[in-house]
Design a protein around this ligand. Sequence first.
Ligand code: AFP
Length: 340
Amino acid sequence: MNRPLGVTVSRHILDSQRMHPEATGELSGLLSELIVAAKTISAEVNMAGLADVIGLSGKTNIQGESVQKLDEFANNTIKKRMARCGYVCAMTSEEEDDIIPVAECYEGKYTLAFDPLDGSTNIDVNASIGTIFSIHRRRSSLTIGQGTIDDLLQKGTAQAAAGYIIYGSSTMLVFSTGEGVHGFTLDPSVGEFFLSHPNIQIPDRAKYFSINEGNTAYWDENIRRYIAYIKEVNKQDGRPLSGRYIGTLVADFHRNLISGGIFLYPKDSKDANKLSGKLRLLYEASPFAYLIEQAGGRAITGDGRNILDIEPESLHQRVPLIIGSKYDVDMVEDFLLGRR
Ligand code: AFP
C-alpha cells in the first residue's frame, strides 16, 4: 500500500517553533511529552473490552462521580509523565481534589490543567471519549521553585496552548498554540500523528445543535424559547437544525467544529440551591473556548460574559457553556439577554 508522505505532529511543532526565534523549545517539549501520554491512553482505550480496563475503580472523585478504571489509568499516565518532564511547575486534574505539585528539581515555566478522560459514562458503551488539556505560562517567578494555585487560576485569554485528543473511529489530536487550530490523526500502524486537518475553521452557521433535552424542565424560559425556535421549520434560514448529543463534550465539540454546530450546557435549576452550569471552567470550557475562537467561533456563558474572560476562583469551578458557530452563538445570546 502506498502511504502519503504526511507531516508528523513533531515536524509541525518544530516548524511552528522556528517561526519564533525567541522560543526556547519548552512548549514544544511539553506538547511532545503530552502526545506520548495520549498515545499510551489511546492504546489502553483500544483494549477496552479485551483487557480488564472497563468498569468502576471503586473510587469517587472530587465531583462526587464514580471513577472508572480507564479514568484512573489516564489520570495517572498524564500525571506521572508530565510531573517529570521538566516543563511544568504545577498541574490540576479534573480527577484530583487539589493542585498536583511538581518536584522542585523538575519544575518548568508552564502549568497544565487536564481532564484525563472526558465522557467516562460512554466508556462501557464504546462511544467516543477524549482527553482535554489547557496550558498557561506560570505567573510566579521561576526562582520560587514549585508553582502555586495562583499559577493555575488564570483566565482563558492567557492560555499558551489548548487542545484535545478524541478516541473515536480514529484517534485524533486537535490543538492550537494561538496560530490556528490543527488536527492530526494517529496512524496506529506506525504510532505517529499525521497532519490531517490543517487550519480548521468552524462554519459560520450551525448545522447541528447539541443539548441534553432531558434537562428541559430545569432550564430558564429563554433557553426553552431558543430551542423551540431552532426546531421551527423555516427553509430560508436553515431551520430546523438537526439535533446531535453524545454526552462527551470532546465528541460533541469535535463534530460541531468540523461540520458547524452549537453546543449548549446552560445554567439550570437542578441544584435546588442555585442556578449553575455543569461543565468545569479550567478543564472543559476554557480550553474549548480558546480553540473555538481560534477557529472563528464563539464561547459564552449566556449571562453576558465571554468564557475566555472569566477569572477563575477555584480549580473545580463550574460555568454555563454555549459554544460553536458564531452566527448561532450570537443568536442564543440575543434570546438569553432578552433582545429577541
Ligand atoms: P463525564 O466525564 O462524567 O461522563 O461527563 C461528561 C461531561 O462532563 C461532558 O463531557 C458532557 O458534555 C457532559 O458531561 C454531559 O452531561 P449530561 O450527562 O448531564 O448531559
